[in-house]
Design a protein around this ligand. Sequence first.
Ligand code: C2E
Ligand code: CA
Ligand code: CA
Ligand code: CA
Length: 278
Amino acid sequence: KQGVEADGVAFYSEDMNQGMHERMRIESGLRHALGSGQLMLHYQPKFSIEDGHIIGAEALVRWKHPERGLVPPAEFIPLAEATGLVVQVGEWVLEAVCAQAQVWKRAGLRPIRLAVNVSAREFTPALPARVQDTLRRYDLEPAWLELEITESTLMHNIERVIGIMDRIAALGVTLSLDDFGTGYSSLSYLKRFPIDTLKIDRSFTTGIPGDANDCAIASTIISIAQQLKHKVIAEGVETVEQMAFLKRTGCDEVQGYLFSRPLPPGEFERALQEKGWA
Ligand code: C2E
Ligand code: CA
Ligand code: CA
Ligand code: CA
């Protein structure tokens, strides 16, 4: 039902009211979750196609809701982005990833690069110093941290964004471009970004090998990456056919359910040791 207008005054229907209440409920719930340890991270490994070695893992946030169970990020990150609360979520995630990296380091596990998703609202001039400070506090090498930024981050004030990227790259932290090809960022800027890796979005991987357009887009991204001397990773790899295509086309790395779902830290650690990922 839509809002009904009479004499220029909008009356909101029950449905619209519920939508608004739902948002407010999620927002205050998330605020509470941040302060009460209800957020947690799962880790999904990334592998080198060439030799099958693990090269890193992406940290993906979940909300362990007391009544609703494990809530996926799609159900709260967009709202957190709209309200700005994503900045606090991002601070929590970086802190939690670095704390985890320190635990794994002290346990003697071979270090792997942990990737954190950073949303556009977090990508401010304050970010490089915060990253540097967090790494220092946990006594971590910058090379073991990666930030995944989406194309949408690049759409606002590009010169400022490049400046922030340069300062992060100068720390020795790697940057990758997530959801590549889904936004509107200009290819002419691509060569100016101090990025390490282009990430082929799952929406393209899904169509491989049946959809000729998705295959063309994936191979084009791979060839752009090669020519610009970036690495390229495909996300959302679910089938051996997709894997075969990516290998044949020269993709460097893969991530997806074919190899592993995102795992809670304990399971991830066990898999590292038992499956010989390390
Ligand atoms: P993304 O960064 O593009 O992450 C990839 C998503 O695809 C993850 O969903 C992952 O679990 C899922 N995935 C991985 N492999 C496969 C596969 O083979 N098949 C299928 N069907 N899915 C696969 P998830 O964890 O639900 O995260 C969704 C999105 O939420 C992420 O998309 C990212 O944009 C956002 N997100 C997650 N964690 C964070 C975070 O800590 N901070 C921010 N700002 N955003 C986050
Ligand atoms: Ca990502
Ligand atoms: Ca994606
Ligand atoms: Ca994404």
